[in-house]
Structures are given as structure tokens and as C-alpha cells.
Write a protein that binds this ligand. Sequence first.
Ligand code: HXC
Length: 519
Amino acid sequence: MSTTEKLIDLIERRSKAKLGGGEKRIEKQHQQGKMTARERIELLLDEGSFEELDMFVTHRCVNFKMEQSKVPGDGVVTGHGTIDGRVVYVYAQDFTVFGGSLSETMAQKICKIMDMAMKVGAPVIGINDSGGARIQEGVTSLAGYAEIFERNILASGVIPQISAIFGPCAGGAVYSPALTDFIMMTEDTSYMFVTGPKVVKTVTGEEISVENLGGADVHASKSGVAHFKVKDEQEGLLLIRKLISYLPQNNLEEPPLMQTNDSIDRIDDVLNEIVPDNPNLPYNIKDIIFTIADEGEFLELHRNYAKNIVTGFCRLGGMSVGVVANQPNYLAGVLDCNASRKAARFVQMCDAFNIPILTLVDVPGFLPGSGQEYAGIIIHGAKLLFAYGEATVPKVTVTLRKSYGGAHDVMSCKQLRGDFNYAWPSAEIAVMGAKGAIEVLESKHINNIKDEKERREFINKKADEYEKIFANPYQAASFGYIDDVIEPRNTRFRVIRAFQTLQTKKLVNPPKKHSNIPL
Ligand code: HXC
């Protein structure tokens, strides 16, 4: 072959590889409202930045006459590129090639870019769209999954890992995304489950649709598996770009500091009025977050799951900050099993990636009852306590209103190494609410009062006395548990100053193999 012929041959080979499973299957993909693997990568990365690897890799399977059908690239597109100029590694399964099913060689391609990402310290983004293990390959496919899982595990807490589910993700395949830091699912076109509807029916008799078993709605609101539900792939890919902007490249780096036009010492008078006088009235904690954050921007995770606690990213003076906040608008902001797990994982993730944590507290306590006890609220609550207590990143806490009992301790209190713990004048820091406390302290006396009206008056009087002592931040402040009581309207600049002074914070936990968080 002449040099020119060789070049033409290369171009032809590339074009063939880029067609994946062929035009017909690409058309089917489009008809289903899905993009191809390459289209997805193109939209995700900075224009022209993608460098593809292993385009000519083919499978080695000889079962079921598979040697006669080899597609260059073998069902996954892998490589690296940039997002806002920062390097990321990416793989996108190509459903047009054997349904994106995972072969031995596909696994090798994915592992190769994961290894490279670890070497250079860059995030990995995986776009999943696959029929699962390549059936014709049997155990080599299962081994391939395990190779990926092991890398997911070793990369955990070292480089950010993001999983987008843009199609099927079933069986053991779900465990790679589950091991990563963030999972995103598209409405209508994605699903995740360990066993599909047919197996469910055979084993348990339950009849259920794919959507109701493992659709985006289910995982974004019921199971909490998905951090983000997006209406389509385009929205999802842009969201990944945004998410990456809050994260460092790896655990040894800081998240990028962004320029902001939002004045650091902006005063927000609206905050002085935001907490209702009646402690039983709700308000929306997100209004406070939006008000404090740079340019009112907040990227919420798990928006529809465990809504009694809010988690997400904002910027404060350009710094990336993880926010954890009780939500009085939903179940009065109580801590239950799901809220505790949700927040614990978020706190751990922030700590792993050097993202300072702002905690906004308005919590009436842990949700009482047998339902929660049987579901293990002790262990789940301990997760959040553990995550906060172990975290060494800068931690600033602002108590807005209630901070009762065990929940007070758990929500990043001073003794869990909170760096700056502020309170608004509306804060109530106590062992429990006034009525509950009086019913315990005065139970004998209360039982002896026969007249209902008299009993109520007695409880109210005692509750008033209790509130005078405890329904304020000053007892805690008198012990130094609260560093300062601040005017709500000054919250933004007080918190930003706190985080600024903490930029050089050094805190190291005792050496150990790893901790044993109550899982
Ligand atoms: C090989 C597969 C495949 C697979 C799909 N294909 N899944 N090839 N191995 N696992 C092929 C099909 O033969 C077809 O090839 C093409 O991909 C598209 O599939 P369709 O069925 O036409 O697409 P659709 O109607 O959209 O249905 C998608 C699907 C279905 C629901 C995912 O394909 C399906 O049920 N696949 C099998 C899923 C499964 O049971 N996988 C194994 C799970 S166990 P042609 O040539 O016709 O285009 C597992 C264990 C992992 O994954 C363990 C990890 C530890």
C-alpha cells in the first residue's frame, strides 16, 4: 500500500468505527429520544477537545459465531477531553453495538481510561446505556464488571466519579454507578434495577412496569439511588458540566475558585424577617440558601428524596461550598433514616474532595416511632454524626431556629469540630422542645391536676419559664458552644469571612487503615 492508500485506509477505518452498529441502529436510537455515544460525548466536552482511544479494539469472543461480527470499538467510546478547560476522562457505552453489552474487551477499554484518570488525577464520567453482561461471553464479561468495580472502589475519594444513566442499566451492572459519587438518570429513557420485571414476577408474583420498578422517578424520589433526574440527555450533559465546576480534579486539589460579581459583604435585610415568630410555622430553607449564595445559585442534589434535608453546592465569595440544611417546609425538618443517610453521604463526599461545608440548622429532633426504630434510625443517624465528626474540611454552622437534642449534636455542633458555629437570635438550643420537657420534668404534678383547664395552664406557664431559659442561643453562647449570635442579614459576609479564614485550616485524623463508619 502506498502512503496515500494507507491514509485513505485509516480514514475509512475511522469512519466505519464511528458508525458503531450502523445507520439503522443509530436511527432506532434517535427514534427512542436517545443520542449515540459519540453525540453524547461531543455535547459533554469542550468543543473539539475529545481524544478517542481504542477505536480499533474488537472483542475476542468465538462463541455463537461471534467471530463473524466484530465492530471496531466494541460497544464503548472511551477517551479524554476537557470541561471548561479541565481534563476529564470519559466512557460512553454504545447501544448500537450488541446493545452496549459489556464484553471482556469493553471492560478493558473502560479500565484503561480509569487507570489513566487515576494516574493524572482527573474525574471519570461514565455514560451508561447497556443491555448488561455480553451474553455470548459468559464469565469473562462478569470478570470485566468486577475489574471495573475494583477500580471504582480504589478511585473512590481520590477522583470524582460521575455516572449518567441514559438507557438500560440492569443486573450487576448497576453496581458500578452505585460505587461512584453521583448518579444521574433521564426521564422515560433510563432505568436501573438488580432484577427486571420478568424475574420479579417469577420470583415474587409481583407485576410491575420497568418505569415503576427502576425509572428515574423511582430512584430520584423513593430509593435515593439517583442524585439527579433530568428531562433529557441534553439537560443531563450540561448539568454534568456544571457539577464538575464545583469539584476539584482530585483529592489533593482544591475546587476551582471562581470570579464573582456578587459583593462579599452584601447585606440581606430580608433574612431578618424570614423566620416566623411562631416556632411551629414552616418556611422554605432554600430561600435562605439562594439569598446567601453567590448570584443566588444553588445546585441541589437529591431534590426529591428525603426532602426534610437539603443538600447541594453553592459558591460563597467564589469558593465552592457544600450546603446541608434542615428543611422546615417538609416534615418540619426532622431527621429520619433517609435524611440522615442522604446528608451523611454528602458530608463524606465533600470531605473527600476538600469542599468546605456550610450547615444550616433548624431541626426539631429525630423522628420518633417504631417505624423509624425498626428501620435503624440509630445506625442511620450515627452515619451523619460520624461523617460530620470525621470531616476535616472547614465547617461553618449557622443555627437558625430549633436545634434540639441528639439532632443538635449531629448537625455539625462545636464538639464535632465545627470551626465556626453561629446562631441567629431566633435560635433555640435545648435538649427538647418546651412542652415535651415540662411533661417529663413535671409529670407527677401534672397527673395530680384533675381539672383539664388548670392542667393546660400549668403546662403553659412552666413551658414559658423553660423557653425563657432555653429558647434562645445565649445559654449555648455563654458556654462558647456558639461562637457568636449574628444578625440574620449579615449571614452571607459572616459565613464567607469564616470560610476565608479557614482556607489554611490543617486538621488530620489519627492514622488508621480506614474508619468503620456504621454502614
Ligand atoms: C448481547 C445484547 C444484550 C446482551 C442486548 N443485546 N442485550 N447482546 N448481550 N446482554 C443486543 C440484542 O441482541 C440486539 O442485537 C441489540 O443488542 C439491541 O437489543 P434489543 O433487544 O433489540 O433492544 P431493546 O428492544 O431496546 O431492548 C433492550 C433490552 C434487551 C431491554 C436491554 O436487549 C434485553 O433485555 N437485553 C438482555 C438484558 C439482560 O438480561 N442482560 C444480562 C443481565 S445480567 P441486534 O443485533 O438485534 O441489534 C448481567 C449481569 C451483570 O448483566 C453482572 C455484573 C456483576
